[in-house]
Write a protein that binds this ligand. Structure first.
Ligand code: ZN
Length: 188
């Protein structure tokens, strides 16, 4: 299913994404390099989702480049093809809108996403919830963490029905995140 030159393309995408995200860190307390996140998203698709579709896997590597770096759609289309670019665009928020509106639109538009974009979005939310469990953003209070976990669930409800393994993995990641937040709030 995957073409012979896939590893080369994957490495090219990883190199491009690493370069684009080079000055960014994850919000977690460990401030991991940002590229760890797209790598985790792609790994979840491969291992948990059993995804062997080249376009989906390349789009996963690149999924935050349009939203968070100065990469352009033209450049992504030229280097990785129109199909990959289309999926990246599908999972990119309109940054000209206020954050709350962007979050509202993610819930509203989830059900209209293509099957590839659904896979990337599911793995993205799984990765973010895993991060909340293992290294929550140090500057987020408990309310904000809980709100994120609940919001991710609302987005995923709109994505359901096409990737059962990823959907089950999301449910598990959400449960673990809730548990770890419950533990945070216990009196000690
Ligand atoms: Zn992401």
């Amino acid at each position: 299913m995957l073409p012979e030159n896939f590893p080369g393309k994957l490495l090219d995408a990883l190199q491009y994404a690493a370069e684009q995200h080079r000055d960014q860190r994850r919000k977690g307390a460990t401030h991991a390099p940002y590229i760890n996140h797209p790598i985790a998203v792609t790994e979840i698709l491969w291992r948990v989702g059993g995804i062997r579709d080249e376009v989906t896997l390349l789009a996963a590597v690149l999924h935050d480049t349009l939203e968070d770096t100065d990469a352009t759609a033209t450049e992504i289309a030229q280097r990785f093809g129109e199909e990959v670019c289309a999926v990246v665009l599908e999972v990119t928020d309109d940054k000209s809108l206020p954050k709350e509106e962007r979050k509202r639109l993610q819930v509203l538009h989830a059900a209209q996403k293509s099957i590839r974009a659904r896979a990337v979005k599911l793995a993205d939310k799984i990765s973010n919830l895993n991060d909340i469990t293992s290294a929550p953003p140090s500057d987020w209070n408990e309310e904000r963490l809980n709100e994120y976990v609940a919001w991710a669930g609302r987005v995923v409800n709109g994505l359901r029905g096409s990737h059962p393994a990823l959907e089950a993995a999301f449910d598990q990641a959400q449960q673990q995140a809730r548990q770890s937040l419950d533990n945070l709030s216990l009196p000690r």
